[in-house]
Design a protein around this ligand. Sequence first.
Ligand SMILES: Nc1ncnc2c1ncn2[C@@H]1O[C@H](COP(=O)(O)OP(=O)(O)OP(=O)(O)O)[C@@H](O)[C@H]1O
Length: 272
Amino acid sequence: MARDTTPIASARGLVKTYGRGDTAVHALAGVDVDFGRGELTAIMGPSGSGKSTLMHCMAGLDRTDAGTVVVDGLEVSGMNERKLTRLRRDRLGFVFQAFNLVPTLTALENITLPLDIARRPVDRAHLDTVVRAVGLEDRLDHKPSELSGGQQQRVACARALVTRPAVVFADEPTGNLDSTSSAEVLGFLRRSVDELGQSVVMVTHDPTAASYAHRVLFLADGRLVGEVVDPTTESVLAALAALRPARSTEPAAPAASAASAAPVATSSPAAL
Ligand SMILES: Nc1ncnc2c1ncn2[C@@H]1O[C@H](COP(=O)(O)OP(=O)(O)OP(=O)(O)O)[C@@H](O)[C@H]1O
């Protein structure tokens, strides 16, 4: 059977403004974007460029002011709160920077929590696959306080995947982790795509984290300004460097083409 190449999530003309009048902030100023099915897509850009807002609007965590969002064939932008809650529960997975595990539950209980809340049965074979993939077989009885940061985030990843969601949205999933734990979590997110067929969208500030993606999208001032396909840390750094001067002199230079010409940035990406 031919592989389904339609995007797993799309937005057209997405606008989100916070506040009004003189104090209005145009967090998203008209974004058209497609997220690939069976791909890991990273979203990067300077602080305040709209990354989290885009992710929140895509995931039905925040309302849009204009435009359409479609996830897994469903129009999210038109849903009422009840339908949004059901969409998030049944079709989406979330990984946050702060892990957000329930401290009184064991790792296993945290992982199966979304199924318990949705009153869905645990698919034992899939649970075993996910637990093995995150390497937590011998930690399942531990409470979050008995796990390292990296292990806690791997529990959060397993929790996001146990429901076989259409999309996992990960907001700075390695923001609180050291480089070794980051590599474990990112390696797992990438394997969940390559081996389990998952679709993942990840916001990150870290070019090394972005290099695990199939595609990196760059936002600036609430607009999509470029992309890098099959990124490396170097090509992401170059695209970010190209983005900075472009912002002060001209609107929206295509970062992907700039990336091939731009020198590798030497400044810290954390300053972005
Ligand atoms: N609830 C809110 N109320 C008012 N302004 C907001 C709100 N949320 C975001 N903003 C503003 O919208 C803009 C985009 O914010 P957003 O958090 O999406 O950016 P970001 O690229 O994720 O930033 P960072 O990398 O710092 O997390 C910023 O100027 C921010 O101050």
